[in-house]
Design a protein around this ligand. Structure first.
Ligand code: PAF
Length: 283
């Protein structure tokens, strides 16, 4: 496995492999890899001759009061995990390599960015879209894999790829959970043991809504009230959003259906966690 920091060197290496007819599978990450990333890498290994991942904590997608500085980093550990999953290339650029002086281009996004995380993290998805577009230009993947935990991000990237005719297949992979249901996230490392227990209220809320829906309940306010009571039972938990929306357009729905997305962002202490489920799909 090769570790490349330089943007031009990565682009040249990938270009050469493409000229040789190799199919490139790509997993963009911000590092501090866990089992969720490993599932993307293993699937990527099956889908390409070459498996590349990027590790870049992208400053453009963090707001001024967010956790850019303290975002967990562990390049050596990440390389070991990536190699164990069969990666051929790790691309770990610097911030100035990605955003040299004079950088000025933005990507204007549409209505998919307005609700949910877009409402609470203004500019976040523009930062994601710019870096993903750049990474696609550098790595030139045939297929790129993203986790469905960042459901809105995945929807926005699919839309961007479609609208801009980018020649890359986007694959969304299921959320990977701990045995007790907590969705895997690099930010789980911020939680104390007590907060780790409290964080299970997100999964309890999801299960509660799914159970009620399976019993025939479709009323949005009832389903949301049931979910809210699971979260509010934990004093340390603060709901940022808790919503039922159309799983494709992310617009509000009148009644829940199999295609409805339950999405939530909850702060446990200072740690912001997100989770989601589509009601008609397996958990
Ligand atoms: O999901 C992430 O880890 C990031 O948002 C991504 C897609 C790597 C862009 O920085």
């Amino acid at each position: 496995m090769k570790l490349i920091h330089d943007v031009a060197a990565m682009q040249q290496t990938m270009l050469q492999l493409k000229r040789e007819g190799r199919r490139i599978a790509f997993v963009p990450t911000m590092g501090f890899l866990h089992e969720g990333h490993a599932s993307l890498l293993r699937e990527g290994r099956k889908r390409g001759d070459i498996l590349a991942l990027s590790i870049f904590v992208n400053p453009a997608q963090f707001g001024p009061h967010e956790d850019l500085e303290r975002y967990p980093r562990n390049l050596d550990g990440d390389c070991a995990l990536a190699e164990g999953c069969g990666a051929d290339f790790v691309f770990a650029p610097t911030a100035t390599g990605m955003y040299p002086p004079g950088f000025q281009t933005t990507v204007a996004l549409g209505p998919l960015t307005k609700p949910l995380c877009g409402a609470s993290r203004p500019g976040h998805f523009n930062g994601v879209a710019v870096v993903v577009a750049k990474l696609f230009g550098i790595v030139q993947p045939d297929v790129a894999l993203f986790g469905r935990k960042d459901y809105q991000q995945l929807a926005i990237i699919r839309q961007m790829v479609h609208d801009l005719n980018l020649p890359v297949e986007i694959v969304g992979m299921p959320i990977v959970r701990e045995p007790d249901g907590l969705a895997r996230s690099s930010r789980n490392s911020y939680l104390t043991a007590e907060q780790r227990r409290q964080a299970l209220c997100l999964y309890r809320a999801i299960k509660q809504v799914r159970e009620l829906f399976a019993q025939g309940e479709q009323r949005v306010d009832w389903l949301l009230a049931a979910a809210r009571s699971q979260i509010e039972a934990v004093a340390a938990a603060t709901i940022e959003y808790l919503e039922l929306r159309d799983g494709v357009t992310l617009q509000p729905v009148d009644r829940a259906t199999n295609e409805t997305l339950l999405a939530l962002a909850v702060k446990i202490g200072a740690t912001r966690l997100i989770d989601n489920t589509v009601l008609g799909e397996a958990l």
